[in-house]
Write a protein that binds this ligand. Structure first.
Ligand code: 6GU
Length: 233
């Protein structure tokens, strides 16, 4: 999979070379390229923003650098299968990112993330981007960040770990929170008693059927108390 990220703060993404995603890049499973939006400006001050038409607070990202960035990254030649990319703009006004979104995006071969700052990007950029690929506006949740960078880091990690070969043991993906619509069951390790607190005895019983039943009951109970919305309640 190829992922391009466009940002005015490319060094935010240095952390993505660490750990699992770094190994996936070394192994050639993931090709992650981070770009500075200002490389597509032509004025002396490398300007990426301007005042909003109609007035109002803050600044808006100018369309021209975004148009040039998309032209060079979305022309198809960079996609592993030479197809059209999926172009994602992180936005608190977008659809909410879930594990299902991560699974959908992990199956694609070329993602382009455009990180907005200030009061947003000139709206015409989204329409133009739709002429080059499938456009998605995606939010992490109902709160506001200063820009798309942290959201793209989170999305890239959630997507990247679902690419086959990135997580060493694929079984570890199956039993996680959200994969079956429930929260994960609690985990314990040695010692069996720690500071007067016991490990639930069923886990020491060796009865695999009883352990599986207990874990499922724990998943249901946790989901009921912490996230009833996941059960439609
Ligand atoms: Cl994707 N961007 C910004 N700026 N704020 C957010 C967000 C995204 N998701 C939640 N809050």
């Amino acid at each position: 999979m190829r992922i391009d990220v466009v940002s005015i703060f490319p060094s935010y993404f240095d952390g993505l070379t660490l750990s699992l995603l770094g190994k996936a890049q070394d192994a050639g499973i993931l090709d992650l390229q981070v770009h500075d939006l200002r490389d597509w400006t032509h004025d002396r001050h490398r300007t990426v923003d301007d005042t909003p038409y109609g007035g109002g607070a803050g600044m808006v990202m100018k369309p021209e650098p975004w148009g040039a960035a998309l032209d060079s990254l979305a022309d198809g030649s960079l996609s592993p299968s030479k197809g059209r990319p999926t172009i994602i703009f992180p936005s608190p006004a977008g659809e909410v990112f879930t594990q299902a979104t991560a699974r959908d995006l992990a199956a694609r071969d070329h993602l382009i993330f455009g990180c907005g700052r200030y009061e947003g990007i000139d709206e015409r950029v989204f329409d133009y981007a739709a002429s080059l690929g499938e456009v998605r506006l995606i939010s992490l949740g109902d709160y506001v960040l200063n820009g798309g960078e942290v959201a793209v880091m989170a999305m890239t990690e959630a997507i990247g770990r679902l690419i086959p070969g990135v997580v060493g043991n694929p079984e570890s993906l199956v039993e996680e929170s959200h994969e079956d619509g429930l929260l994960e069951y609690p985990s314990y390790t040695k010692p069996s008693v720690w500071r007067d607190r016991d490990v639930p005895p069923v886990l020491l019983s060796g009865n695999h059927g009883a352990i599986a039943a207990w874990r499922h009951e724990q998943q249901l109970e946790r989901t009921r108390t912490r996230r009833p919305d996941l059960l439609g309640e």
